[in-house]
Design a protein around this ligand. Structure first.
Ligand code: ATR
Length: 277
């Protein structure tokens, strides 16, 4: 069988997903293609009609369609529904089912290098309260951690995230200043905002003066690979985790849903890093 896969979004010209999924197809020794279906918001119905017609086996969904895609699905996974965002669609006997693989992909990418990090005693600080933070928050709860505090510029948005009641965990809403003051409490700090992303590579959402050197600082920004925040963490002797690993593992999870193949992809993290340099 020839897997027909792809990505819808706008703009997606620089997406690494075709490269990533070609690696996966090769690893799995499967025949297939992963194409970019670029469109603007108005073209979406046309693009989706085309994907139906060619009988696409599965596709990823990115900005700005992660929410609007829900209207075109036959079914939606309960997690994706709670998060009201879909980034992966699977064709199951002609019916389209939507999933969100961001959060679980993130957790997989983190557990690979830090297998003992997430447990009943782990305290996490999430920086940011947007869509990415939501998925990560949900997936971290699934790992049974003790505490997940949320720091965000807009306190209301952080409170909204907590009011979704995504699961049982201790949580507080903090300002960035409070987060800086409490920093020594955390085993893991996850940066989910766009702060520090190219071209604003000098920006750093909080200062890390109080960080413990056994903590892990994780930044989901992958352009650049080494953000200012990660540089700072590294300088202070803390552990770091790069954003491109999440990109790889959310792809791995999508690929698993499309093909049933659960691939070992750890060796591709460095290869992807080289692509990004
Ligand atoms: P995503 O889906 O990538 O998470 P989003 O839902 O738009 O994107 O969320 C963006 C996040 O980045 C939010 O937490 C936002 O903070 P606010 O809720 O206060 O707006 C944060 N963010 C973006 N630009 C920022 C900036 N310049 N300073 C601080 N936080 C910023």
């Amino acid at each position: 069988m020839m897997y027909k896969l792809g990505l819808i979004g706008h703009p997606i010209g620089h997406s690494l997903s075709p490269w990533i999924h070609q690696q996966f197809l090769d690893l799995a020794e499967l025949d297939g293609e992963y194409k970019l279906y670029e469109g603007d918001r108005y073209a979406l119905p046309g693009v989706l009609k085309h994907l139906k017609e060619i009988g696409i086996d599965g596709f990823n969904v990115t900005v700005p369609y992660k929410q609007v895609i829900v209207d075109y699905l036959d079914e939606i996974d309960s997690d994706a529904e709670i998060l009201s965002a879909v980034n992966t669609v699977v064709n199951i006997d002609g019916k389209w089912k939507g999933y969100s693989t961001d959060g679980e992909g993130y957790v997989r990418s983190l557990i690979e290098p830090y297998p003992n990090l997430l447990n009943r005693e782990t305290s996490v600080l999430v920086l940011g309260a947007g869509g990415a933070a939501r998925g990560i928050y949900r997936a971290l709860i699934g790992q049974g951690v003790d505490t997940i505090d949320i720091a965000n510029r807009s306190q209301d948005k952080a409170k909204d995230l907590l009011s979704l009641r995504l699961g049982e965990v201790k949580s507080r809403v903090l300002s960035y200043q409070q987060a800086e003051e409490h920093l020594a409490e955390y085993d893991l700090i996850v940066q989910t905002t766009s702060v520090g992303m190219k071209p604003n590579v000098e920006d750093q959402v909080i200062q890390l003066d109080n960080i413990r050197n056994d903590a892990v600082v994780s930044d989901i920004v992958y352009q650049p690979i080494m953000t200012q925040l990660l540089r700072d963490a590294s300088k202070r002797g803390a552990n770091i985790h790069h954003g491109h690993a999440m990109l790889l593992y959310q792809g791995q999870l999508a690929f698993e849903k499309w093909t049933g193949k659960n691939l070992a992809v750890a060796h591709l993290v460095d290869k992807l890093e080289n692509k990004l340099r």
